[in-house]
Design a protein around this ligand. Structure first.
Ligand code: J2J
Length: 545
């Protein structure tokens, strides 16, 4: 398959994936229409905080009407639209409308701020940007005005809620006559651009097709035990790949179940929703799972509807994993996935040791796994090595990033995940570490280079290196080592943190800790030794403040 902006699968692989039934020619728009025809009155999306309860028929109709409205505003197939919505029902109305038009949602997270949004809009030449009025005390309308003034392609800002100077989403004129559903996208077209965790100066965009993403949804139904009676609670930000697809909201809709949106992830909010909506499955990152496990031991709420308690996004410690079944009375499911594709699940049928000590095995028999040494040779079974993967729902390249693609993919199309794993004889993977330059802060991924570039713009900063330091709760936190200019006045750590925030970076990327040093430890080849910086950080951690 050829696409000007993204390398897709070579023809022989596409044929093989179709023949094997991994790609069945479905699209998101078609999938929703089919489910709505089959069970119109089942509840598709429930947003208790805002009183919305949409049946499949209602969601389907809303998506048709909004697709017509978007088309009337000049949004066309292939256009990019940055979508930055919190966990609200309109998220689904918007993305299914865009899927029907064939325009590509670019999935921003609610935590992103001006620097990220400006980049997404400019790099993707987005024609529209969809926001809430405010979320968690932040006003997105002013940010949108500034970005719109600077990005010439950006014509429209659609707002869920009070629009300010922009266009209210619920007043986008719906002219069904202007929209011809027959012109919608095909199954091998791109459906959206997902964000990569990132290890480079700017986040990379991940092009996913209808066929390939739906393959991962269909493959999630069995391992996650989904049926039409499943009720999935979206706790993490809805646009993140884990709560979107593993099985997440879209997997749940694929199975004909009900998606419930949780406005906040704290146990007090979530437990009440679980009891009231009889939630059967949800997915969390490890720090939240720890918090919930603690809280569940003395909660007045009835959590007995839970059947599957998923944890993923970062390594879940074995000790914590062992507590899940006794506390929640249901199975833990470890999920090791990535927005680039490959998803691994422990299965409810696995024995308890496997569930608590491994990060699962791949969805598909056609997920190819290679575990290799630094020279690219396969390591003996059970030994740690670099995880490379290729398969029916793993991308062959990032969007508009040919240079980077040469490094991130092997010549024969395997994605270099940057993860260090061991593969057990059963096929289960154990994540042992990471080779990529990334910080995994409780499931939120930080690219050190991106933060370093921002800090280097500070007039007093001569050099900087951002590294991961261990943290008992988050797994890792970010520490910035800073060398000040010789003529610079002394600076407080707080001033540098403020600087990063003011440059418009998401709050989770602001270094948790700033250490001033005279120089960095150098390696033999003159590069900064992150290993030595990490052990220095550990020593600082251990010493009393
Ligand atoms: C250790 N590291 C893990 C795990 C992800 C499902 C679940 C998670 C993601 C996700 C996702 C891990 N143990 N259980 O997209 O569909 C780290 C690895 C991996 C990176 C991917 C999904 N689960 N990781 O986390 O694109 O380093 O996707 O390569 O955000 O998170 O990050 P991301």
């Amino acid at each position: 398959m050829k696409h000007p902006d993204a390398p897709l699968w070579p023809a022989e692989f596409a044929e093989r994936y179709r023949a094997a039934g991994h790609w069945r020619g479905e699209t998101f728009g078609g999938m929703l229409a089919e489910r709505a025809a089959r069970h119109p009155d089942r509840v598709a999306v429930r947003d208790p905080a805002r009183g919305a309860r949409w049946t499949y028929q209602e969601l389907d109709e809303r998506a048709w009407r909004l697709a017509a409205g978007f088309a009337a505003r000049g949004i066309r197939a292939g256009d990019r639209v940055v979508v930055q919505l919190p966990n609200v029902a309109e998220f689904f109305e918007v993305i299914f409308a865009l899927f029907r038009v064939g325009a590509l949602p670019v999935f921003a997270l609610p935590a992103h701020r001006e620097a990220e949004i400006r980049y997404f809009c400019a790099f993707t030449e987005a024609v529209a940007y969809v926001i809430p009025d405010t979320d968690a005390g932040f006003d997105f309308r002013a940010l949108a005005s500034r970005v719109k003034a600077d990005v010439p392609t950006l014509r429209d800002v659609f707002v869920v809620g009070d629009p300010g100077e922009h266009t209210p989403l619920d007043r986008v004129p719906r002219y069904p006559g202007e929209f011809d559903p027959m012109t919608g996208p095909g199954p091998s077209d791109l459906a959206f651009l997902q964000l990569s965790g990132g290890s480079t100066g700017v986040p990379k965009l991940i092009p996913r097709t209808h066929d390939d993403y739906i393959c991962s949804l269909r493959g999630s139904v069995g391992p996650c035990g989904l049926t039409e009676r499943s009720v999935y609670l979206v706790v993490l930000p809805a646009a993140h790949n884990f709560p979107l697809s593993s099985p997440g909201s879209l997997g749940t809709l694929y199975a004909g179940g009900t998606v419930v949106l949780c406005p906040r992830p704290d146990p007090a909010t979530a437990f009440e929703v679980i009891e009231r909506e009889r939630v059967t499955i949800t997915g969390l990152v490890p720090p939240l799972a720890l918090m919930w496990t603690e809280a569940a031991q003395s909660t007045p709420y009835d959590l007995s509807s839970l059947q599957v308690f998923q944890v993923g996004g970062a390594k879940f410690g074995e000790e914590a994993a062992r507590r899940v079944r006794p506390v929640f009375g249901c199975t833990l499911q470890q999920v090791f996935g990535m927005a680039e594709g490959l998803v691994n699940y422990t299965r409810p049928q696995d024995d308890e040791e496997t569930i608590v000590t491994t990060q699962g095995r791949p969805i598909s028999p056609d997920d190819e796994i290679r575990v290799v040494d630094d020279a690219g040779r396969e390591v003996p079974p059970g030994e740690p090595g670099h995880l490379l993967t290729r398969g029916p729902y793993t991308i062959r390249g990032y969007w508009r990033a040919p240079e980077h693609n040469r490094r991130s993919f092997t010549e024969d199309g395997f994605y270099r995940t940057g993860d260090i794993v061991r593969r057990l004889p059963s096929g289960h993977l154990v994540v042992e570490g990471r080779a990529k330059d990334q910080i995994n802060r409780g499931g939120e991924k930080i690219s050190p280079e991106e933060v370093e570039n921002v800090l280097l713009a500070h007039p007093s900063v001569h050099d900087v290196s951002v590294v991961a330091v261990p943290d008992p709760y988050l797994g890792e936190r970010a520490c910035a080592y800073v060398v000040l200019r010789s003529d610079a006045a002394p600076l407080r750590p707080a001033a540098l943190k403020k600087f990063v925030r003011e440059r418009g970076l998401a709050a989770y990327k602001v270094p948790d800790r700033v250490e001033f040093v005279d120089a960095f430890p150098q390696t033999g080849v003159g590069k900064v030794s992150r290993k030595d910086l990490r052990s220095a950080a550990r020593a600082v951690e251990a010493s009393p403040a």
